[in-house]
Ligand binder design. Sequence first.
Ligand code: GDP
Length: 408
Amino acid sequence: DLELKKLFVLDEQDIGETNIENIQETKKNGQELVERIICQRCFNIKHYNKLEKHWKEGIINDPRALEFLKYNYKALVIVVIDMFDIPMSIIPHLSQFIGEQHRILLVCNKLDLFPKDIKIQRLEQYILKHANSMELGINNIHLVSAQQNLGIRELAESIKKHLKPYQDIFFVGRANVGKSELINSLLRISYKTYFKHKLVASKIPGTTIGINGIPLQAFRKALLPMNTDDNLFSSAKNKFVYDTPGIFSKKSITNYLDNKELKVVIPSKRLVPLTYLLKPGQSIMFGGLGRLDFVSGTSNELRITVFSNIKIHKTNIEKADLLFSKLSQGQDTVLIPPINSSKERLLSFPKLGLALDLQTEGTHPSKAWLDIIFSGVGWFALSGISENYHIKAYSPNGIGVTTRDPML
Ligand code: GDP
C-alpha cells in the first residue's frame, strides 16, 4: 500500500518484482529518509543505468499503440518533442492515431541545450512548420526545459487554461524526448507530492513501458485553478496525468548505442557550436557515428558549424576511409563512440552506409543555408558560396540522416 499507488494503469498490469529505494525528502524541519517501492525494472534503470534485455522487448515502435486515445478519450494531450532532434522526434500523422477530438499543447523540450541568444518566436514558427506533419490542431506551443525548469510555470498556466473541468492529461511523444522529466517538473512545482509520485527518467530509451497515471489532484497546486472549490475538486477525482510509452523511431542513430555510449552522445549541457572550414577532398566525422565528405565544389571552401556533444574529427577523405575500415575490422581508433571497447563491441559496432548524396548550390558565405541532421547525434549547418557543392553523408547502415532548412 505504499508507493505502488503511483502506478495506475489502464489495464491491470503486473509490475513484477519490486525493490525498495531510500530517498532523502526535504521537509520543513530537515531531511527525512523515506522508503519507496519501485519496480525492479525502474530500480535497475535508475541505480545501475541498466535496462535488462528482456525488458527491451517492451519497446514500442508503432504509433498505433496510441490508438486507445482515439477511441476512449477526449483529453488534453501534451505532445512532446525534443528540440535537439527535429524532425525525427516528431511523429508524422499523429492525429490519425490519437484522433482529432483533443486539445493539444505542443511542448518542445530541452531548450537548455540551445544558445542563450536564440530568437524564441522565430524558433516557435520554425518548429510549428515542421510540426505540420503531425496534422494536429495545435492550441499552443511551449519551448521548455524540464530539467532546468525553464518555461514550466508558463506551461502549467497554459494547461490550466486549456484543461476542461476535468479531463485526463496524456503526455505523448517519441522515446527520450523527456515526457517523464516534464511530468516530474510539474510535480516539482506541486512540491508536496513530488517524491511520492516522481517518475523514473533516464537516458535509456524505453524507460516507460506501461501507461503510468498520477492522480490529477496531486498536481492541484500547479494545474488546477486557485479558486477550485470542493465540488470542482472532487470532480477531478479519477482523472489522471498519464505518461505513455515513447514511440521509437527506427531511424534514430542512438538505437545502435549501448548505455555508456548514450551517455556521451546525448547532450546534457548547452551546446557550443564550432565552425570548421572544409576543402574539397576533406571529411568531418561524428566519432564513429557519422561522416560528411566535401567531395567537390567550384569554391574551395565549405563552412560547417557543428551542433553536437561528440568529439569531432576532420581529415582527408582517404584518411577517413582508412579510419572507418580499421574500425570495421575491430581495431581501436580515435573515433569515439564506440567507447572503451572490447574487440567484440568494435566488431558489432554498426558499419557506415551512404545516407545522402547531394549536389547543391551554396548561397551565403557565413549564414547557414542547409542543416544536415544525424538523428539523436547532432547536426551540421552548412554555409559558403559555390555553384555546385557535392556532399556525401554516411551514417550507421545509412539511416537517420536528413536535411532541413537551417534551424538557427
Ligand atoms: P521519456 O522517454 O520521453 O520519458 O524521456 P525521459 O524523461 O526519460 O528523458 C530522456 C532523457 O532526456 C534523460 O536523459 C533526461 O535526463 C533527458 N532530458 C529530459 N528533459 C531534459 C531537458 O529539459 N534538457 C536536457 N538537456 N535533457 C533532458
